[in-house]
Design a protein around this ligand. Sequence first.
Ligand SMILES: [Zn+2]
Ligand SMILES: [Zn+2]
Length: 187
Amino acid sequence: MPKHLPTHLNPRSPLVLDTRELPRRPGVLRAVNRTVAAPADLGVELIGVPEGADLSLDLRLESVSEGVLVSGTVTGPVEGECGRCLRPITDSLVVPIQELYAYAHSTTDETTDEDEVGRMQGDLIDLEPALRDAVVLALPTNPVCREDCPGLCPECGVHWDELPAGHSHEQVDPRWAGLSQLTRQEE
Ligand SMILES: [Zn+2]
Ligand SMILES: [Zn+2]
């Protein structure tokens, strides 16, 4: 669905911010602190926030002349796997978020692209796209269980940590030679 089409936001949805209580007078602030269940697919291929996990939103909504500025942080757990050894990774994430949502028919609304500046939908703000962008940007594209993870031996798939120093497959034990040939044929 093209994203510029107006959607009918549900004001009760946890990632929709309702600004009815926020007077449209520049400088007026309102804090929003809530814990929401993480939406599905919040992350990248190898790492992300598990669906349904507690995401805590500590946000400040500020009336500005053109709309509402949302800023603050999103905190939540992340789970994934090491790109080198596939061991599970558990961590947590604190992501800063800052996004302007322009009022309909404001100068900003009429002179900017929706990719640059968010839009108010009536009194409602859909926080999810900005949240996704912020989380995805903060996640590593190549997550590792630790910076110096040596990964797996490409021959036997055993973690280098668990292999003796000097481990190598140069000399195949004659008793296994037949087996290794068989494996090669299968490949
Ligand atoms: Zn690793
Ligand atoms: Zn090996």
